[in-house]
Design a protein around this ligand. Structure first.
Ligand code: GLY
Length: 349
């Protein structure tokens, strides 16, 4: 692109032309993309924030926003990169399975402009639960579908049933099962091959458009080796994510049970509603998590034995993230997609 034609001018002049190709790339779009207003009339600084595994996702979502895509369409396309990536064993295809070796996925999303929400829990054999959550949001009078019903719903929209275990995730599950109990019928795995326990992984993504519209999505394979039927925070509106188009959006990754108890996504957005900056709202929610933690989950100094991270954006496009212990997040702040350190409550347990 020449210096005479800046990226933004290029986007503006060709947004209408791009519209059809953007729609074609987005299944079940919330609305057709439209040209951006001139920058002088932008209501917000566009921004996309995500958990640290979302660096490619924030870039993708931001590019879509600048092509005039709907804010929910943009964040869903962002998180789908992780859902479809077999090497991310915390989300979608390749996610670590439950106790029985079955991958059960959770996801939820909210669309600020239309005040709608959708979610799926314990969804099996479908690679992209975030898309199914969007379909619940868009095409039903309900908010939350689970298990077999959620799968049938997805199949009715043309999703393919697929084996979500990869060679890696199956092997990790076999190792875990082999080490369950010295008296069981499985041979022990040699000591060097210690099982990899990834308690929780997830991707949350929240975005603000130049028009000040906001959406959020969280998707996960949940706690590895969980009891079949366990639903974590990611599927729960107000916990794994929450969005209010007048205020902002927030989401979480980490130990879902601890987040559910404080309605962390909602609590963080409510903090921002009172005028608290995004990072400080995340820190305040973490303090609530600590005070709500039962003693068996606290270490010697009264600090949680788990980690939890919150991510937040407000309607002006200000953003921040905070975790119990040092961590990172991904953001596209308008200039570039990058990884940043989270604010944190404690240096170590
Ligand atoms: N935060 C993901 C989960 O606990 O399932």
């Amino acid at each position: 692109m020449s210096d005479l034609l800046s990226r933004r001018e290029f986007v503006r002049s060709s947004a209408a032309g791009m519209a059809s190709s953007v729609v074609m790339g987005i299944p079940h779009p919330m609305r057709p993309p439209r040209p951006l207003p001139p920058e002088s009339r932008w209501a917000a600084k566009p921004v996309v924030i995500a958990s640290a595994n979302g660096l490619r996702g924030v870039q993708k979502a931001f590019d879509l926003l600048l092509q005039g895509a709907d804010t929910l369409d943009a964040v869903i396309e962002g998180v789908k990169i992780q859902e479809l990536d077999p090497s991310d064993d915390s989300v979608g295809y390749g996610g670590l399975p439950n106790r029985d070796g079955v991958v059960q996925l959770d996801a939820s999303c909210m669309h600020g402009p239309t005040k709608r929400a959708g979610a799926v829990g314990c969804l099996e054999n479908i690679k992209t639960p975030s898309e199914v959550a969007k379909l619940v949001l868009k095409y039903t009078n309900h908010i939350f579908l689970v298990g077999e019903g959620a799968k049938k719903f997805a199949l009715s929209y043309g999703f393919k049933e697929e084996d979500l275990l990869t060679e890696h995730s199956r092997e990790e599950w076999l190792k875990w099962r082999a080490n369950l109990n010295p008296d069981d019928d499985y041979l022990d795995v040699p000591e060097k091959e210690t099982m990899v326990v990834r308690p929780t992984g997830t991707i949350n993504c929240d975005a603000v458009t130049p028009g000040g519209d906001i959406s959020s999505v969280t998707t996960t394979s949940g706690l590895a080796w969980k009891i079949p039927g366990r639903v974590g925070d990611s599927a729960i509106i107000g916990a794994g994510q929450y969005c209010d188009n007048d205020v902002g959006a927030a989401g979480s990754t980490g130990r879902g049970e601890s987040n559910i108890k404080v309605c962390g996504g909602f609590l963080t957005v409510e903090g921002m509603r009172r005028g608290v900056a995004p990072t400080d709202a995340c820190l305040a929610t973490l303090k609530r998590v600590v005070s709500a933690t039962e003693s068996r989950l606290l270490g010697a100094r009264g600090r949680p034995k788990f980690n939890l991270t919150y991510y937040a954006v407000n309607k002006r496009g200000e953003f921040g993230a905070a975790s119990l212990y040092p961590g990172q997040y991904a953001v596209h702040d308008g200039a570039e997609a990058k990884i940043r350190d989270t604010a944190h409550l404690f240096e170590q347990t």
